[in-house]
Design a protein around this ligand. Structure first.
Ligand code: GLN
Length: 483
């Protein structure tokens, strides 16, 4: 059942929030042995929130998603609940405050179901760098375990396995859209600043975008609406009013101009992705859209630019984990030794790699050659989008260069892993809305997604085109239950 369907049933009192929370908790706890999607539960909190929801529903009150169990990526601070960003350095850390995004979801009536596993500090594309081991994709073709993608892999797996009615993610270079594409779910990030980053563990602050993972485009629009809005506690939070995203998902797309960027046709791109993309183009044509060829000439620099800016900001953001103020500490023989041992023990290999790269590109001798140059290219990429959006209202591209891959198959090859983000990082670099919509299955029966990108502040067009694509594709695929 979708979020839209279950909230209607909750409202009509056909089902109570307590029954639902109880069922979602047992299903999630039972599935976790196989899927490892959740990093922690807090049944008392879940049931208390569900009871409060039932009280509101009984009085005919309640918010947009009243009574619906929602899973939270372990990057969002939930008061009193371990928030570790799937890292050993934060293991056991229980924040005394609530992130803005989670607070907004609770205000809208969401019921906290549990924290979901992720790549450590959101660095990765396969959920394999989590301190709790990889989350597993509910989709599979044989016995091999597939990754649900990353870094919001636990959230995507939980939604795809029908354990919750929506989940939060964060997307710095693709971490919502890639897992959504790998699990047949819908993943959205809005304009930079639309969802507050306050209380979300920072990875690369100028690229981090919180957003939802959901079962349908409309569900994603509803969740996005609940999560968005100005936050005086966050300096880059957008002051703009939040439009009615759910209404936008019902808007006609006839006459809209859809841009197809030629630079996204990469060498060595699997035939199936190419085919899916052309099918998507035809679907939107059938829905009355006009198709235009556009060019985003700096696309080839996007991935290298991202892998300079993201590690640079990460190296700075992660300097706070020094074992002094919070998080874990390994006592050394003096202060420097304590820092070193704490960070060596607390951070996994990929996080250490990012800190090293980031520190290098920011160092006095290399700052101009790498970091400053990356910032200049970033501007060019943004200008590419501005020019393209003079000719079209939205762009259609593949979400990922492949379907979900086997766990372990790329874990020793960081470059192969980084290539997952080839179609997604550009929208983070430019800070513009982008979503992945499931459109078809590959030859092995695994889901594939297409990406819709729109200009800054125009999430409404994104939801309209996403919903049109969803309706045309008629994707109803579900993983066969084995967990
Ligand atoms: N896979 C990308 C990375 O490893 C993006 C991660 C993200 O969006 N958080 O940095």
């Amino acid at each position: 059942m979708s979020l839209t369907e279950i909230t209607a049933k909750l409202k009509s009192r056909e089902v109570s929030a307590t029954e639902l929370a109880d069922a979602a908790l047992s299903a999630s706890e039972a599935a976790n042995g196989a899927l490892n999607a959740f990093s922690s539960f807090d049944a008392d909190k879940t049931m208390a929130m569900a009871r409060a929801s039932d009280d509101r529903l009984a009085k005919g009150e309640g918010g947009l998603i009243e009574g619906a169990p929602i899973a939270m990526k372990d990057l969002f601070a939930v008061e009193g609940v371990e928030t570790a960003a799937s890292s050993n350095i934060l293991k056991g850390f229980k924040p005394t405050y609530e992130s803005t995004v989670s607070a907004k979801l609770w205000e809208a009536g969401g019921v906290f179901l549990g924290k979901t596993s992720m790549d450590e500090f959101a660095m990765g594309s396969s959920n394999e760098t989590s301190n709790q081991g990889p989350a597993v994709n509910p989709w599979r073709t044989g016995d091999a375990k597939l990754t649900p993608g990353g870094s919001s892999g636990g959230s995507a797996a939980a939604v795809a396995a029908d354990l919750c009615f929506g989940a939060t993610g964060t997307d710095t270079g693709g971490s919502i859209r890639q897992p959504a594409a790998f699990t047949g779910t819908v993943g959205v990030k809005g304009t930079y600043g639309r969802c507050s980053r306050w209380g979300a563990v920072a990875f690369a602050s100028s690229l981090d975008h919180p957003g939802p993972i959901a079962k349908t485009v409309r569900d994603a629009a509803v969740l996005m609406q609940a999560m968005s809005g100005h936050d005086p506690k966050e300096s880059t939070s957008l002051p703009n009013a939040v439009p009615d995203f759910a209404a936008a998902a019902e808007r006609a797309v006839k006459g809209m101009r859809i841009g197809v960027p030629k630079e996204y046709r990469m060498d060595g791109m699997p035939e199936e992705i190419e085919t899916l993309w052309s099918q998507g183009v035809d679907m939107l044509k059938d829905a009355g859209c006009e198709i235009v060829d556009v060019s985003l000439p700096h696309t080839k620099y996007a991935l290298p630019t991202y892998y300079i800016i993201a590690p640079a900001e990460a190296s700075s953001n992660l300097a706070r984990y020094d074992g002094m103020r919070y998080g874990n500490r390994v006592e050394g023989k003096d202060l420097t030794d304590t820092y070193e041992q704490t960070r060596a023990a607390g951070f996994g290999k990929e996080v250490q790699r990012r800190i090293l790269i980031g520190t290098y590109v920011l160092s006095a001798g290399y700052y101009d050659a790498y970091y400053l140059r990356a910032l200049k290219v970033r501007r060019r990429i943004l200008e590419d989008f501005k020019t393209a959006f003079e000719q079209c209202d939205a762009l259609l591209t593949p979400s990922t260069p492949s379907a979900a891959f086997e766990i372990g198959s790329r874990s020793n090859d960081p470059i192969a892993m980084y290539l997952n983000d080839i179609f997604t990082v550009t929208a983070n670099i430019a800070g513009i809305p982008a979503m992945s919509v499931p459109v078809g299955l590959d030859k092995d029966g695994l889901p594939l997604g297409l990406q819709v990108i729109t200009p800054a502040l125009d999430e409404e067009s994104m939801f309209a085109v996403g919903a049109a694509l969803e309706a045309q594709a008629g994707f109803t695929g579900k993983p066969k239950k084995w967990w």
